[in-house]
Write a protein that binds this ligand. Structure first.
Ligand SMILES: [Zn+2]
Length: 267
């Protein structure tokens, strides 16, 4: 016989003082673990001497264990049901949830695509790029050397609104859409536009060679070039255009004057 819970500690006299009726009354409380000390010991002592009460106790303990196991199984079953429910919910997602899920995937892809498009447009966008610099050349208020130190000189741009200043004896060559121009110092030029290139020449000597339109604004008049090449010396008191070839005109207080190849025009 399996004597569950019968651990005789004291074979004292109380084993005889507990009747079966008293013992049976105390068993349920003992099963719940509610008996302590002398009370528990006397009950255990009774089980030592009474097989029937011991058996009753064992049955009740087993019933309690069964109940506990059943409860555990219930909890596990409920948890399993919840897991199954979660899986099914994610599989059988409702339409709005599915759209939301797709949007969370599509949106980053869309922005990645947009970024590629923007960078592609930027790479193809018309730019005024510094090709060469000799002597002291400032672009947008910084010496070219500073850009080189920063590793930003790969495509040093004269962006719209930026000045390029070339000190006496210096030289800077820029690429523009459809051609190029060089500045010989002392010179100060502001990029007013890029497509078509529009340059405000404060002062300096500018040599250009372009296949497309280019506009120069000087203190003594504007130069509109359709295409061609020539050298322009500009300052507060001078505008001298040595035109080599192509089509262009000077617009000033006197009106419009066409530039003829191999001529020098002074204003
Ligand atoms: Zn008994």
């Amino acid at each position: 016989m399996c004597r569950v819970g019968s651990i005789p500690l004291h074979m004292d006299t109380e084993r005889q003082t507990l009747s079966c009726e008293e013992a049976r009354a105390k068993i349920p409380q003992h099963v719940q673990g509610g008996l302590e000390g002398e009370e528990a010991r006397s009950l255990r002592a009774h089980f030592e001497g009474c097989v029937d009460c011991a058996e009753s106790y064992r049955e009740q303990v087993e019933a309690k264990v069964d109940l506990g196991l059943h409860a555990m199984q219930e909890v596990e079953a409920a948890e399993t049901r919840r897991k199954v429910e979660r899986v099914r919910t994610s599989r059988e997602m409702s339409a709005p949830e599915r759209v939301l899920k797709i949007r969370t995937l599509i949106l980053p892809l869309f922005f990645a695509w947009l970024l590629v498009q923007i960078s592609g447009v930027f790479a193809q966008a018309p730019r005024i790029v510094l090709l060469e610099a000799e002597g002291a050349v400032d672009v947008a208020g910084r010496p070219v050397e500073a850009y080189e130190e920063l590793g930003e000189d790969d495509a040093l741009l004269l962006v719209r609104g930026a000045w390029c200043q070339v000190a006496d004896g210096g030289r800077a060559v820029f690429e523009v859409p459809g051609g190029r121009f060089s500045l010989t110092g002392p010179a100060a030029v502001l990029a007013e536009g890029v497509e078509p290139p529009r340059l405000r020449v404060q002062y300096g000597t500018l040599a250009l060679q372009v296949d497309g339109p280019l506009e120069l604004v000087t203190q003594r008049g504007s130069l509109e070039v359709t295409e061609g090449s020539g050298t322009i010396v500009a300052g507060p008191e001078v505008l001298e255009v040595s035109w080599a070839r192509g089509d262009g005109r000077i617009i000033d207080a006197r009106g419009e004057t066409s530039l003829e190849p191999d001529t020098v025009t002074r204003r």
